[in-house]
Design a protein around this ligand. Sequence first.
Ligand code: PXG
Length: 308
Amino acid sequence: MSRQIYLDGRFVPKEEARVSVFDHGFLYGDGVFEGIRAYNGRVWRLEEHLVRLYESAKSIMLPIPISMDEMREATLETLRRNNLRDAYIRTVVSRGAGDLGLDPRKCPKPTVIIIADTITLYPEELYRIGMKVVTVPTRKNLSDALNPRIKSLNYLNSILAKLEANHLGYPEVLLMNQEGYITEGTGDNVFIVRRGVLMTPPNNAGILEGITRAVILEVAKEAGIPTAEVLFTRHDVWTAEECFLTGTAAEAIPVVEVDGRTVGTGKPGAITKALIGAFRAKAMSEGTEIYPAGADASRVAGGGGSLH
Ligand code: PXG
């Protein structure tokens, strides 16, 4: 059966799920989104994703036409209608259709979309052997101009950096901010271990406050590993013992080379491996049940998610 897409309160087959060419999400990138995963029959960190979605919307004065409770139920129902236990969920709220001209007042009704599908960001083997990355000339958006904390439909900053990655032949790149401090990747947060301390850039470096990032900080604290949300430079990354990236789509992936400098031993580090292991264990065992006990198990077919 064809994928069922949630579109403005209805479920429609993928082929019929269409939005207007006058939608300001399309015309101007005016809207917000979330990328969420489901593992093993549970939606991972659903509340955090919903809060971030509604906060992003509030920041751009976009009134989401359904409540957070309704959005939670719509998300779960989208997974149920597609018989998914492992999935990647893309929730999009755009300004909606309106006349030309970027004034949001032209758009009376925001568009709400929930897609449940799969996503693969990097080749499987890189999760084992680690990834090589480079820093790129494209700088992270200035927070004063377009705050990266808003998960908006404007992803050109990341796409420009991804084009540089493609051009240079790397799967991912790191962006610096205007001051030359490391911020994040195109769709993932960055961590280093330096002198035994797990470090990641703070919010005011100009990053998306990653939900996976927060989980990694949580499991590090549980494991007694010292953590610091601090600004750091390329030199710190080049001389770090370990490095890895985190994100809902990317999950957690070791980095073994940055700008031609081998990180640590050139193999995924011990702390990295321990943290990624703890993250996976949590992701496989926690979350919001899609099919609460008593639900008809015959609906539950396999999915296409991944946890590397
Ligand atoms: N930084 C940026 C710029 C992101 O877009 C993250 C960090 C990681 O945040 P989470 O909360 O996911 O740990 C993101 C998230 C995609 C895709 O299609 C990208 C993200 C999420 C889902 C899908 O490439 N980025």
